[in-house]
Write a protein that binds this ligand. Structure first.
Ligand SMILES: [Zn+2]
Length: 246
């Protein structure tokens, strides 16, 4: 299973999973349709669907491009209502904590706390990667996935308190604190999902001013076995999310 980062962070989010057979699952629709199409070699007909975490512009801002291309966008009932109310666009509503099959992928949305905004993490199963845990824009993860044998994780690691300046405007500060995952919170989550089958961890949505990608990657690496691939989501990054070490 190939993973491509079209972009990650407050300027727009978009990720692509491409199976060996060419089936595609998109995560988020916050990047331009043309950028998404380039990332999938214009194989729009192979897209099983696009999962949307929440209404914020950097995640959903380009939804029209996706829908106009005939791509179905899936979101929890709660997020679907937000999208309809704010943009008038129709996503496919899914009940939280229920499985939905999209081609060879099985996906489950679950609530995560993101300030006052409805937001979902996703569990994504596919025979080529087993279980991928995807969480972005969350203060913390409210569920314990320690018994789930997570093989791959894509988790927001937005900021470190060490870099936050309290002189920043107060509203923005509040949003960061209650909307995004701090390094120590991310580390605690990684510790709970760490297991002998863990293969890779991607760190998502790093803040431009309040993060340090190499430090974050090193600190996460120190928590897990040395053969776990810890990567930072940057525009254009690609990696393999497989099950085999060759
Ligand atoms: Zn957000």
């Amino acid at each position: 299973m190939e993973l491509k980062v079209i972009n990650s962070g407050s300027s727009g989010n978009g990720y692509v999973l491409i199976s060996g057979a060419g089936e595609i699952l998109l995560l988020e629709c916050g990047v331009k349709g043309i950028e998404m199409k380039r990332a999938i070699d214009f194989q729009v007909g192979n897209v099983a669907g696009c999962l949307l975490s929440h209404i914020h512009q950097d995640h959903s801002g380009r939804i029209k491009d996706y829908l106009n291309s005939g791509i179905k966008v899936y979101a929890s009932d709660e997020v679907s209502s937000d999208v309809l109310a704010v943009t008038g666009e129709k996503t496919v509503p899914l009940p939280r904590m229920r499985k939905k099959k999209l081609g060879g992928f099985t996906v489950i949305p679950f609530h995560v706390p993101h300030s006052e905004t409805e937001c979902d993490g996703w569990l994504i199963n596919h025979e080529e990667l087993e279980t991928l845990l995807f969480i972005t824009d969350a203060e913390y993860c409210p569920y314990n996935f320690s018994n789930m044998n997570i093989t791959h994780a894509m988790i927001e690691c937005n900021y470190s308190e060490d870099y936050l300046s309290r002189a920043e405007d107060y509203g923005k500060f509040e949003h960061v604190l209650h909307g995004h995952m701090e390094l120590q919170t991310c580390k605690r989550l990684i510790q709970t999902i760490n297991n002998p089958n863990l293969i890779s961890i991607g760190l998502l949505h790093l803040s431009g001013g309040n993060s340090h990608p190499e430090r974050f990657r090193q600190e996460i690496r120190n928590l897990v076995d040395c053969d776990v691939n810890v990567w930072v989501a940057e525009k254009g990054f690609q990696t393999e999310l497989g099950l085999y070490p060759f």
